[in-house]
Design a protein around this ligand. Structure first.
Ligand code: ADP
Ligand code: MG
Length: 249
């Protein structure tokens, strides 16, 4: 094989290697047009932070990327393939992990059962919850017989993240993972999200209100208003205070 065809891990993370591509994505709830033509290029292993005030369409965008909402116009590509018509469970098989806003864990299932449900989407047919999930969140092992609904908000978020890691994702969509969680646990969750990015090389779409964390982990930020990207760039090139002005009501 010529040397140029041998991909090193470093190459796989280069800017040219776009893993997720959105082109002119439009999303609707019935007649209500919420996302108006969003473009996005996410290289493997990189993090795009999505910012914006309440109700601008951040969650809707996440749903569109995961395929929970059908895109009427525009294109979603993953590793060069057009997946615009692919159902969510098939996207999960390709390596999409999704932590929805509000977490959506099964309150009546145990922690262990919540994790088992996600195994269905493994590409390799693994039948056992991978140890890495317990390594990232030891509490999920200790609490594996507890009902999901009996966990605290922070613990439920850990379960939602652990569940997303069960599929061995290449891309994680994290919709406000620190929302409504007590500060001591927020730091723990942020540390694990950093590890997921750095150690596991997972690309992230991160909707986040905490700019300090977003600025720390983001390779790119996009500010959304009325379903459109109104500003984007590299957090390192932009002053966080200027961005805050866009976000405060
Ligand atoms: N299931 C739904 N049906 C109809 N409209 C919705 C639904 N979910 C959200 N919306 C509307 O879509 C817009 C964007 O919502 P959302 O994507 O949740 O915003 P954000 O996550 O940025 O706060 C809002 O006007 C909201 O009321
Ligand atoms: Mg939202």
């Amino acid at each position: 094989m010529p040397k140029s065809e041998i991909k090193t891990e470093k190459d796989a993370k280069s800017k040219d290697d776009i893993m997720l591509k959105l082109e002119g994505l439009h999303l609707y709830y019935g007649e209500s047009h919420v996302v108006h033509g969003i473009d996005l290029d996410l290289p493997a292993g990189n993090t795009t932070v999505i910012l914006g005030r309440n109700g601008v369409g951040k969650t809707t965008l996440c749903r569109g990327i995961m395929g929970v909402l059908h895109n009427k116009h525009g294109k979603v590509s993953f590793e060069g393939e057009d997946i615009s018509r692919l159902a969510p469970f098939k996207r999960a098989r390709l390596g999409f992990g999704y932590c929805p806003q509000g977490r959506d864990i099964f309150a009546n299932l145990t922690v262990y059962e919540n994790l088992l449900v996600a195994l269905e989407a493994r590409r390799d047919g693994l039948l056992k919850v991978p140890e890495v999930v317990y390594e990232l969140f030891p509490i999920l092992k200790d609490f594996r017989q507890r009902k999901g609904g009996d966990l605290s908000g922070g613990q439920q978020q850990m379960l939602a993240l652990g569940r997303a890691m069960v599929v061995d994702p290449k891309l994680l969509i994290l919709d406000e993972p620190t929302e409504g969680i007590q500060p001591s646990i927020i730091m723990e969750i942020e540390d694990v999200i950093h590890r997921i990015k750095e150690e596991f090389g997972v690309a992230l779409i991160l909707v986040e209100q905490y700019l300090e964390f977003a600025w720390d982990i983001g390779d790119e930020f996009c500010i959304i208003a009325k379903g459109q990207v109104i500003e984007r760039g590299n957090p390192k090139d932009v002053d966080m205070e200027t961005i805050k002005e866009h976000l405060t009501v």
